[in-house]
Design a protein around this ligand. Sequence first.
Ligand code: AR6
Length: 171
Amino acid sequence: MTAITLVQGDITAQQVDAVVNAANSSLLGGGGVDGAIHRRGGAEILAECRALRASHYGKGLPTGRAVATTAGLLPARWVIHTVGPVYQAAACDPSLLASCYRESLKVAGELGARTVAFPAVSTGVYGWPMDDAARIAVAAVREAAAHGPFEEIRFVLFDARAYEAFEAALG
Ligand code: AR6
């Protein structure tokens, strides 16, 4: 039985097997979670991202997919980079956001990770409304956890507002 937990805090400080990065398809870094992970994790993460681009993702990692690198200097063993969808109120497909969680857990399972920490993918720069994103994230993780080998899947929420949204979604 997988524990699905919530903490308010910084994803880069989590002592888990794998932390998930809210990346962009270039895999070359950015702001928000992505900036924090590369800053604290060090140059080794970016070097592996560049190598992945060269070998597999010349056109970019597609939205909804996930790929792993070392976690460099972070307390985790791996960083799993996923690309959330940009929110567009008129035409937004929740399945792409759900796919980020599902694909990240698939990669985590293949690596042998038992504990995984997620940020609230797409809810910063990419603009997804927090309550809606929280419901999609919790449903996707619950579904994947039922079939996976995980001890704990942790949502790491940056502020109280995000924490409350995930708390409500967990019920
Ligand atoms: N730990 C946990 N959560 C955080 C942290 C942190 N250190 N920093 C921010 N958040 P975002 P996105 C929260 O913008 O919306 C980047 O430039 C933040 O408050 O990091 O998927 C990438 O390169 C928000 O709730 O990711 C992409 O271009 C959530 O994490 C783009 O942003 C996600 O915010 C991806 O945008």
